[in-house]
Design a protein around this ligand. Structure first.
Ligand SMILES: Nc1ncnc2c1ncn2[C@@H]1O[C@H](COP(=O)(O)OP(=O)(O)OP(=O)(O)O)[C@@H](O)[C@H]1O
Ligand SMILES: O=C(CO)[C@H](O)[C@H](O)COP(=O)(O)O
Length: 419
C-alpha cells in the first residue's frame, strides 16, 4: 500500500478524499475510482510501492444520504414517491437491469432498499430459524462500506435481494447520485451506517393501523385474483400470524431505531371517534428533533407555543369526525422535539391551502406548494390525512436540507480563497 501525499485534481471545485485501493469483494466499482499521477515536487516524498487512489466527487455533486426506516408495508414506497416528486422527475428502476431490482432512480435521487443487504436468502433464513429483521440475516459491514463509498463519490456493485424468488441475485451498479436514500428495516441500526446519514426518518405505524393497512392491501390483491371468501378468511388469519411472528424481532431490532431519527411520523388510531377500531381515520404526529443541522422544525402559528386548533368552519369543510391540529414542544427519548399533530381527514384537498397558510418553516419555494404536491398525488394512500401531509412536508424539508448542505460545501472553498 503506497503512502499518498500530493496529487493533481481535475477541477478546482472538486472535493477529494484519499482512500484505499478499490476492494472488489466489497463491490466498489473500479471504473469510478480515479487514479491521479503524482504532480508536485512539494510533499512528493511518499513511497510509491503500490497504487494510490483518490476518489473525487465534484463540489456540485456531493451525495447527501437520507435514511428511512420502517417495517414492511408501512408506507416507505409511498413516501419515496412523494419525496422524489418534490425533486421533479419520475423514479424508475435501473434501465436494462434486473426487472426485480428494488432500486429507484430519478434525476436527483437514488433510492436503495436495504433488503438488498440480506446475507441469508429465504431458504437460508428458514434453515437458521431467523427472520429478515434479525441482524444475523443482514450484512452490515457491506452496507456500511457501500454507503460510505457512494457518499464519497464511488460507484458500487450492490447485491440484489429478489423478493419474487427469495434469492440473492447478481449485483447491480449504483452510481453516486445527488441524494441517496437508504430505505428499509435497518438504516439506523448499525452505528457506522447511522453516522453516514445526513438526515433520518422513522415511520412509526401503530400495530392497529399496520394491521388495517396490511389487510386492505392483501384483500385488494386477492380481489384482483378473484379468490373466494374461504381463501380470504384464511388470508386474514395468515396476515395476523405473520404480524405476530415478526413482532419480537420488530420490537428488538426495528422499533428501537426511532430514538435516533431526526423526524418520526407516528400513525395512530383517531381520538376523535371513541373506541374506533376501523383504522380509517388517523391521528398522525410529526415529531421533529430540535438542534439538527440544516433542519428547522415546522410550526403552527407561533414557534414554541402550545396550540390546539380546529380549522373546520368557514374555510375548511369537515364532515364527521372533523379535524384537529395540535402543536407544541415536548421530549422524545430524552431529546427536545417539536410535535405537530393532525387527527382526522380532509374532505376537500384544495382547501388544504388554508391549513398550509398557517404553517411556518415548511421550506416551500412558493405559496401553496404543499397543497400543489398533495393535489398532484391525490390518488396516493394517505392523501386525505396527516400521513400524506407530513410526508410531503418532510420531502420539502429534505430538499431544503440538501440545498443547504450543497451550498455550504460550495461556499466553503470560496470563503477559504477570500481569507
Ligand atoms: N398513508 C397511508 N394510508 C393508508 N394506507 C396506506 C398508507 N401508506 C401505505 N398504505 C397501505 O400500505 C400498503 C403498503 O404501502 P407501501 O408500499 O408504500 O409500503 P412499503 O413500506 O414500501 O411496503 P413494502 O415494505 O412491503 O415494500 C399500501 O398498498 C396501502 O395499502
Ligand atoms: O421485512 C421485509 C422487508 O421488506 C421482508 O419480509 C424481507 O425483506 C424478506 O422478504 P421476503 O418475505 O420477500 O423473503
Amino acid at each position: 500500500m503506497a503512502v499518498c501525499s500530493a496529487y493533481t485534481t481535475q477541477s478546482l471545485n472538486s472535493t477529494c478524499s484519499i482512500s484505499t485501493p478499490a476492494k472488489t469483494h466489497l463491490g466498489f466499482h473500479q471504473k469510478q475510482v480515479v487514479f491521479y499521477r503524482r504532480s508536485s515536487k512539494r510533499g512528493g516524498s511518499g513511497s510509491s510501492s503500490g497504487p494510490c487512489v483518490i476518489t473525487c466527487s465534484a463540489g456540485d455533486s456531493q451525495t447527501v444520504v437520507i435514511g428511512l426506516a420502517a417495517d414492511s408495508g408501512c408506507g416507505k414506497s409511498t413516501f419515496m414517491r412523494r419525496l422524489t416528486s418534490v425533486f421533479g422527475g419520475a423514479a424508475e428502476p435501473p434501465k436494462g437491469g434486473n426487472p426485480d431490482s428494488n432500486t429507484l432512480i430519478s434525476d436527483m435521487t437514488t433510492v436503495i432498499c436495504l433488503d438488498d443487504y440480506h446475507s441469508l436468502d429465504r431458504t437460508g433464513r428458514k434453515e437458521k430459524g431467523v427472520t429478515a429483521l434479525d441482524p444475523r440475516a443482514n450484512d452490515f459491514d457491506l452496507m456500511y462500506e457501500q454507503v460510505k463509498a457512494i457518499k464519497s463519490g464511488v460507484a458500487v456493485d450492490k447485491p440484489i435481494y429478489n423478493h419474487v424468488t427469495g434469492l440473492l441475485d447478481p449485483p447491480e451498479l449504483i452510481k453516486p447520485p445527488k441524494i441517496l436514500v437508504i430505505e428499509g428495516l435497518h438504516p439506523m441500526f448499525d452505528e457506522r451506517v447511522r453516522d453516514l446519514l445526513d438526515f433520518s426518518i422513522y415511520l412509526d405505524i401503530s400495530n392497529e393501523v399496520k394491521f388495517a393497512w396490511k389487510i386492505q392491501r392483501d384483500l385488494t390483491l386477492l380481489k384482483t385474483l378473484q379468490r373466494d371468501m374461504a381463501e380470504r378468511g384464511h388470508s386474514l388469519e395468515s396476515i395476523k400470524a405473520s404480524i405476530e411472528a415478526r413482532k419480537p424481532d420488530f420490537d428488538a431490532y426495528i422499533d428501537p431505531q426511532k430514538k435516533y431519527a431526526d423526524a418520526v411520523i407516528e400513525v395512530l388510531p383517531t381520538q376523535l371517534i371513541p373506541d374506533d377500531n376501523e383504522g380509517k381515520v388517523l391521528r398522525v404526529r410529526l415529531i421533529m428533533k430540535e438542534g439538527v443541522k440544516h433542519f428547522s422544525p415546522v410550526y403552527l402559528f407561533d414557534e414554541g407555543s402550545t396550540i390546539s386548533w380546529i380549522p373546520c368552519g368557514r374555510k375548511l369543510t369537515c364532515s364527521y369526525p372533523g379535524i384537529k391540529f395540535h402543536y407544541g414542544p415536548d421530549t422524545y427519548f430524552g431529546n427536545e422535539v417539536s410535535i405537530l399533530e393532525m387527527d382526522g381527514q380532509f374532505d376537500r384537498l384544495d382547501e388544504l391551502i388554508y391549513v398550509e397558510s398557517h404553517l411556518s418553516n415548511i421550506s416551500t419555494k412558493f405559496y401553496g406548494e404543499v397543497t400543489q404536491q398533495m393535489l398532484k398525488h391525490a390518488d396516493f394512500p394517505g392523501s386525505n390525512n396527516g400521513t400524506g401531509l407530513f410526508q410531503t412536508i418532510v420531502g420539502l424539508k429534505i430538499r431544503d436540507l440538501y440545498e443547504q448542505i450543497t451550498s455550504s460545501k460550495t461556499a466553503a472553498p470560496l470563503e477559504a480563497t477570500k481569507a
